[in-house]
Design a binder for this molecule. Structure first.
Ligand code: FES
Ligand SMILES: [Fe+2]
Length: 466
């Protein structure tokens, strides 16, 4: 069993599958500073009624107090690499036109024409100006008014008053963030510990190699919560138990009253504690090696002969493979950095992953005004070769509600795991709506689901206006 903090048992280890803290101590390299830090926030146990996942009224409260008030991730700079490139960022019924207005300058403009309201941008596009397709009203990339056909008919329209309204926009680590609230604090405050934990190699010096944008029949919170814990692995992903340390996963939460960031570290190349004496570190290292090698068909793999050193051997193989492929020196990176699934979440919708174990990023948004639907964006990112040039970002593949990830061959081994996760979400949403008893509440594990509890604690504070 794990050690206690605030009376909470933290994880379940076996002889073959130590806790993350013990694995980190035995790492073959010095740990990165981020992996040496532990969160100290223990969320209060508040009640989470089913209703907050299904009520349109609660969704409206979230629009007012979260999506109109918080710094939220809206994409990556690399999505719009040239001046004039733009994309829409849709959150519920709100929409923003995110445009690169200068070499290193971005704007988040109202995505509705000031003439009669036409949407100005859907998905990705590019042009030298922003022109409405209905009557041709036109703005410069900085949002200033450029032209109105038959301007003589609009003596009541001044250039100054018809600048497209803007939300605040900020960038960090290659990501773009917006905040519609002009009185909000700076982006750096919202990022909390992320600015300390992530360096260029974990953030801006990466490119989107492949990714998708998936519509889900699930409330945005319910969908996020499916990724905040490894507790579901035993039932939802039983095929990975031989090399995935679900029961020893470490959960950390940082909360300074203004922002909240949480993290999980699920170790790879160790067996699940659920396998008990049936789990083997040797088999775990071998299975992890096979999985990490899948994107490199035909590559020669080392023979792993020892359970004791297997995890370090897989990490070393990965340092060499990744180093050769991208020209990056990983020689000083820890085994954990190279292997483990280390995933951060910043309230309300930003999910950067750390290290090379599983280098993903997620972004979630409510979809339209129906609290039963949301959109999840997933990117697999890879290091930009230091010798350049920066590879172009892959455009995210749109997947409709009923389109599985497995329909996209480019998603490779990611597809089946995500499809397993996505198979649960509509069923959860249906269940949440189906109880006759309005007092039904979710029941969370104290440690493994502590990030969900913390997420709702933060949400409560935001809705209370704090
Ligand atoms: S609605 Fe945009 S120009 Fe008329
Ligand atoms: Fe999962």
């Amino acid at each position: 069993m794990g050690f206690d903090r605030a009376g909470i048992t933290q994880g379940f280890a076996t002889a073959e599958s130590p806790l993350v803290a013990d694995l980190l101590q035995a790492d073959s390299r010095p740990l990165e500073p981020a992996l040496r830090e532990n969160g100290d926030f223990v969320p209060p146990e508040t009640t989470i009624p089913f209703g907050r996942y299904v009520d349109a009224g609660f969704a409206q409260l979230e629009m007012e107090h979260v999506w109109k008030k918080c710094w939220q991730v809206a994409g990556r700079e690399e999505d719009i690499p040239e001046i004039g490139d733009r994309k829409s960022y849709d959150v519920g019924d709100l929409s923003y036109l995110i445009v690169r207005s200068g070499p290193r300058e971005f704007r988040a403009l109202q995505n509705a024409c000031m003439h009669r309201g036409t949407r100005l941008c859907t998905g990705m596009s590019a042009a030298k100006s922003i022109k409405c397709p209905f009557h041709g009203w036109e703005w410069n990339l900085d949002g200033s008014l450029k032209n109105i056909p038959s301007r003589w008919d609009f003596p009541h329209v001044s250039d100054a008053a018809f600048h497209l309204p803007e939300a605040r926009i900020g960038n960090w680590g290659g990501f773009l963030f917006i905040n519609p609230d002009p009185d909000a604090g700076p982006l750096a405050e919202a990022l909390g510990i992320l600015t300390r934990h992530f360096g260029p190699r974990e953030a801006e010096d990466r490119f989107t190699a492949v990714g998708f944008r998936k519509k889900l029949r699930a409330n945005w919170k319910q969908a996020q919560e499916a990724f905040l814990e490894a507790y579901h692995v035993i039932e939802t992903h039983p095929n990975i138990l031989t090399y995935n340390g679900d029961t020893t996963t470490r959960y950390d939460i940082w909360d300074d009253g203004k922002t909240q960031v949480s993290r999980l570290i699920t170790p790879a190349a160790v067996p699940s504690g659920h396998l008990g004496d049936g789990g083997s570190r040797l088999q775990a290292a071998r299975d992890a090696l096979q999985t990490f090698a899948m994107p490199f068909p035909g590559v020669t793999l080392p023979e792993i002969t020892s359970g004791t050193t297997g995890r370090a051997e897989v990490a070393e193989w990965r340092r060499q493979m990744m180093g050769q492929a991208f020209g990056v020196d990983f020689s000083h990176c820890s085994d954990s950095y190279m292997l483990d699934a280390t995933q951060y979440f910043m309230f309300p919708n930003f999910w950067p992953w750390f290290g090379e174990g599983l280098p993903l990023t997620y972004q979630f948004t409510p979809y339209g005004s129906d609290p039963n639907e949301c959109v999840m964006e997933v990117r697999l990112t890879l290091p930009v070769p230091p010798s350049g040039p920066r590879p172009p970002a892959a455009e995210l593949i749109d997947l409709d509600f009923d389109t599985p990830c497995s329909s996209v061959p480019a998603l490779g081994i990611m597809a089946s795991v995500f499809d397993q996760d996505f198979s649960n979400l509509p069923q959860v949403q249906i269940g949440l709506r189906s109880t006759r008893d309005g007092s039904a509440t979710v029941t969370l594990g104290r440690y493994q689901e502590s990030r969900i509890q913390a997420f709702h604690d933060m949400l409560d504070r935001k809705i209370a206006g704090n």
